[in-house]
Write a protein that binds this ligand. Structure first.
Ligand code: DXP
Length: 255
């Protein structure tokens, strides 16, 4: 069970909603993924103009929690404004804080992310900041009271997978709130590794929406995340420098 603030989820896969070839493929991919949380950019959805086509029309909204995100914000002030717009439109009180500090790398601005998270916590939001894999920043965000921390595996949309597993494992070990690896996942094995490291969930978009077959990839991601979680819970064997025979020879009369 994934618990974020007062919310509980069975699935540990969070899906983004951008860049799908069409809404029907997206709907099928979302369905087979088993995801219960779908994140979307408030600015992109144009939530105040329901006459424009958008993927929400295709979904049974009772089945999903829509997680608005502040994509497009470059400052804390902009992020807070976007979050308040989302809440005013009747969406849930969860918000993915995304304050981008560099348009080339799309890496988050740590200072503005911290400021926006602090302000939104004061306003009573359930706050999930997208952050870099900086261990101390993750700690500071948790100390502020954030309900989950979402460190990136690698730059958004890059598909590079997990660049710094050591940092992510430090973040995971020290955290008392859920850690959701967000952005940069390229393959099901990347998602499985994130879960084997002990992450509580994975948020991804491009790996599914940009796959040749998004529906098949959505299913692969679901299975990888489940397998990775099971592997983590089962506990891996320690790595050893030398071989250990699989069939022990103790007690055998021949050599
Ligand atoms: C949709 C969303 O929130 C993205 O900003 C997220 O970080 C996913 O990144 P990928 O597209 O790299 O999976």
């Amino acid at each position: 069970m994934l618990k974020i603030g007062s919310y509980e989820f069975t699935s540990r896969l969070l899906l983004g909603t951008g860049k799908y070839p069409d809404f029907d493929i997206q709907k099928e991919a979302v369905a087979v993924s088993g995801a219960e949380i779908l994140t979307f950019s408030v600015r992109r959805m144009n939530i105040f103009e329901p006459s424009l086509p958008n993927f929400l029309e295709k979904l049974d909204l009772k089945k999903y929690i829509l997680l608005p995100n502040t994509a497009g914000a470059k400052t804390a002030i902009e992020a807070v404004r976007i979050a308040k717009l989302a809440k005013a439109s009747g969406l849930c009180d969860m918000i993915k804080v995304e304050v981008i500090g560099c348009q080339k790398t799309l890496l988050p601005d740590p200072i503005e992310t911290l400021k926006a998270s602090e302000e939104l916590l004061k306003e009573g939001f359930t706050v999930l900041p997208y952050t870099s894999d900086d261990v101390l920043l993750a700690k500071r965000l948790e100390e502020l009271g954030c309900h989950a921390i979402m460190p990136g595996a690698s730059p958004i949309g890059s598909g590079q997978g997990i660049i710094n597993p050591l940092n992510l494992s430090f973040i995971i070990e020290q955290a008392k709130v859920p850690i959701i690896i967000d952005a940069g996942i390229g393959t099901p094995s990347d998602a499985a590794v994130a879960m084997e490291l002990g992450a509580d969930g994975v948020l991804l978009n491009t790996a599914v929406s940009g796959a040749n077959d998004p529906v098949k990839m959505a299913l692969a991601m679901k299975l990888a995340i489940e397998a990775g979680r099971l592997g983590f819970e089962a506990g891996r064997i320690p790595k050893k420098r030398y071989a250990t025979a699989s069939s022990p020879s103790e007690g055998m009369s021949f050599s």
